[in-house]
Design a protein around this ligand. Structure first.
Ligand code: NAD
Length: 492
């Protein structure tokens, strides 16, 4: 990955109008596995973003926009095939950028990246319309019907935790709907976006329909997208604080916005739950992807009769996690995304200790005595004993960590779970069917699970309430966002 085989460091360029474009300045892409420099990334300046917008507009009014839905969908199927044809390369790239275990990237990230294109290509073909027969005083009547049209040029700004999975979750419905797109991947994970550009080119997606600009947020490619007059909609996944900045920037020309933001998600375990299933699900929801999943459970509430046993068993799970390099088949947990992010997560570990939390397990940085010590690893961690009003319980940490607390009855559990300004996801574990429905319906969150976690039917609405986002993606909901609906009234 690191070099071109001749010893030269790999360089990742922007992809604009079907060409790979260098820029005047590059930034370093360092792997969190062991701190090695793996590539140099060409940062798009304003002129490159302008070129990408021009190319996208030309594609939208030209070759891309003129395709039939079937032709467009056939290209999207070819993109999915193209990802799969280079599956190992995509897996290796995602693992090098993020440090995640190869088992995870090859079972989740890359297959979902390909599947997203197929799913939205299938869905767009079944989109219907709404129509109303209207009565008029002269008795002739009128027919009203609505049609959907793409926005034109859509900006896609994506995060680093599930880079290909989350960017294609937006790109696929945007392109299936007929938009031309400009993707800005996270500066931490630029590689699979660049590979995707190669796939788009190789399968014949018209030049300009898909563009990639690399860079950061403020005063860089991110901001150039959100302030650009030629971009009509912006879809963003990332931190709530970034969402606020994007909202301000996008207000100038009233762009359509879709936001998938942060979470501080509760999991509630009732004493009647299937204990082993609840432990398995909770351990996954706390530690998977090193806790860097927006849907992770950072607040765990357990009914008192099973509390001690649950804490002990979850502690054992945390302590048994095999931390290591992506390619090691035993690895269950990789590093955090970067040393910088590790500082943030560690600061919450320190804060919890300062506030007098009981550290059930973890709380530190592992020492390996090998090259991993130059990486960004952190210990799986469980805290207990903190009040609900502490920063540790209020703010998203985004690491392999939870706080665990007992509760005595259903009302108390619901009140604690809902005591947050976020509203992304919740999990309830119980064998009482009515309670499962009742409690999950009482949750103030967009995505609610009973007796499972991360089980996704991609047709369902996905998104958060409160500080967790605006709008819903997934299935028809995504297709709605990536198009404008207009009504036509015909007098008969
Ligand atoms: P981030 O907000 O730091 O960055 C996300 C993207 O926004 C990056 O591409 C970044 O370069 C860009 N960006 C930053 N500042 C910008 C600005 N001012 N203007 C335009 N673009 C800007 O988020 P992150 O650290 O990459 O990702 C982690 C966050 O994402 C967590 O909060 C997590 O909960 C959230 N997340 C949410 C979901 C969801 O579906 N709700 C999914 C995954 C991650």
């Amino acid at each position: 990955m690191a070099s071109d085989g001749k010893g030269n460091l790999r360089e990742l360029r922007n992809f604009v109008g079907g060409e790979f474009v260098a820029s005047g300045s590059t930034f370093e892409n360092v792997t969190p596995v062991d701190g090695t420099l793996i590539s140099l990334v060409h940062e798009a300046d304003r002129a490159i973003v302008d070129r990408a917008v021009d190319a996208a507009r030309d594609a939208y009014y030209g070759a891309w926009g003129k395709l039939t839905t079937e032709q467009r969908c056939n290209l999207l199927y070819a993109v999915a095939d193209g990802i799969e044809a280079r599956f190992d390369e995509f897996v290796d790239a995602e693992c090098a950028d993020t440090g995640k275990p190869k088992s995870l990237a090859s079972h989740l990230d890359i297959p979902r990246g390909a599947a997203n294109f197929r799913i939205f290509a299938d869905l767009i073909k079944s989109v219907g319309t709404e129509a109303y027969m209207q009565e008029t005083p002269d008795g002739r009547g009128a027919v009203n019907y609505s049609v959907r049209q793409p926005h034109g040029v859509v900006g896609v700004i994506s995060p680093w935790n599930l880079p290909l999975l989350l960017s294609t979750w937006k790109l696929a419905p945007a392109m299936a709907s007929g938009n031309a797109v400009i993707l800005k991947p996270s500066e931490e994970t630029p590689t699979t976006a660049t590979l995707l550009a190669e796939v788009m080119k190789s399968v014949g997606v018209p030049d300009g329909a898909f563009n990639v600009v690399h860079g950061f947020g403020p005063d860089s490619a991110g901001e150039f997208i959100t302030t650009h007059e030629g971009i009509h909609a912006v879809t963003f996944t990332g931190e709530t604080a970034t969402g606020r900045e994007i909202m301000k920037a996008a207000s100038a020309n009233i762009k359509a916005l879709s936001f998938e933001l942060g979470g501080k998600n509760p999991a509630i375990i009732f004493a009647d739950a299937d204990f082993d299933a609840a432990i398995d699900g909770t351990a996954r929801s706390v530690f998977a992807n090193t806790g860097q999943v927006c849907l992770s459970s950072e607040r765990v509430y357990v009914e008192r009769p099973v509390y001690e046993r649950f804490v002990d068993t979850l502690k054992q799970r945390g302590e048994a996690m095999v931390i290591g390099r992506p390619e090691d088949s035993a690895t269950q947990m990789g590093p955090l995304i970067s040393r910088e992010h590790r500082e943030k997560v560690s600061s919450y570990y320190a804060l919890a200790a300062e506030l007098g939390a009981e550290t059930v397990t973890g709380g530190g940085i592992p020492a390996f005595g090998d090259e991993r010590d130059a990486g960004a690893y952190i210990e799986p961690t469980i805290f207990a004993g903190l009040g609900e009003d502490t920063r540790v319980q209020k703010e998203e940490i985004f690491g392999p960590v939870c706080h665990i607390a007992p509760f005595d009855d259903e009302d108390e559990a619901v009140a604690m779970a809902n005591d947050t300004e976020y509203g992304l996801a919740s999990v309830v574990w119980t064998t009482d069917l009515s309670r499962g429905h009742r409690v999950s319906q009482a949750m103030e969150a967009g995505i609610n699970w009973v007796n499972c976690w991360f089980l996704r039917d991609l047709r369902t609405p996905f998104g958060g309430m409160g500080l967790s986002g605006i709008g819903r993606e997934g299935g028809q909901h995504a297709l709605n966002f990536y198009s404008e609906q207009k009504n036509i009234c015909v007098k008969l």
